[in-house]
Design a protein around this ligand. Sequence first.
Ligand SMILES: [Fe+2]
Length: 239
Amino acid sequence: MKGLYDIHCHILPGVDDGARNMEEALWMLNKEYKDGVRHVILTPHFRYEMFEPHMNIVTRGFMQLRREIVNIGQGDMQIYLGCELHSSMDMVECLKKGRRLTMAGSRYVLVEFSNNDEKSYIEERIRSLLMYGFIPIIAHAERYSATRNDVRFLSELREAGAYIQINADTISGHSGFGAKMYAKKLMKQGLLDFVGSDGHRQNERIPEIGRCVEKVEKTMGTEYAKKIFIKNPRKITGR
Ligand SMILES: [Fe+2]
């Protein structure tokens, strides 16, 4: 399948625990390209006391990467800038003031939680984003005990207006059997909106959209795969 989207990855070099340099970033983009991906939203981490890259460095790196893509003959590969925003009490302000980015200039925000965050905290943070007109996408929902152990809670967040993303490796079964079954359950119950590679590097946590699409097609059919990997993400980028 061609024209796929990857809405969650750490390919932007030198700003978090993802690609270490331009060479590694280009290797990863090339891997995405071979997998049929033509739209990549780069989502460097922003998490207090862990990853706080200066916005000038982020945007400069993005523009440099965009130039490099053309140089390696992948002019039809579109890249966009976003952020994997770790939840905090000031995240709405952070977004409103442009200190951190939404997804590809849209109202969508890729929001990450800590694995053991309480349901009440998650719900309150999601509602605060919604209240200010942002559209939260919960990053790798399979990872948090609150959503992993309670599909109904996840469903309630979705009904409130949040979207759900899970990682490609989870669907492919490379993150364990339990996680794989959870992903399948979400797909069967119509609770999944997006898949991201969450690719980090060339030698570990490689972007693996290709094998995931095959798996989704086999389990859920081609139309469903198109919805998850093309139609839904197109709503974020608008193209
Ligand atoms: Fe990530």
